[in-house]
Design a protein. Structure first.
Length: 59
């Protein structure tokens, strides 16, 4: 599977609790935190749900 790098570029302050939990489940905590993950269908759905808060780069 291809790997992708996800980076939290916008704050989760004043966001619905569901979006906050999704960002936390992706392993992102603070602003500008990054994580490299495998591009699975489950993670793709989570990323799509909060794509307005993230920056996604394919590796």
């Amino acid at each position: 599977m291809a790997q992708i790098q996800i980076k939290l570029v916008k704050s989760t302050i004043d966001r619905p609790q569901r979006q906050k939990r999704t960002v936390q489940a992706l392993g992102l905590g603070k602003m500008n935190s990054t994580r490299i993950v495998e591009n699975t269908p489950e993670l793709s759905g989570m990323i799509k749900a909060v794509q307005h808060l993230l920056e996604v780069t394919e590796l």
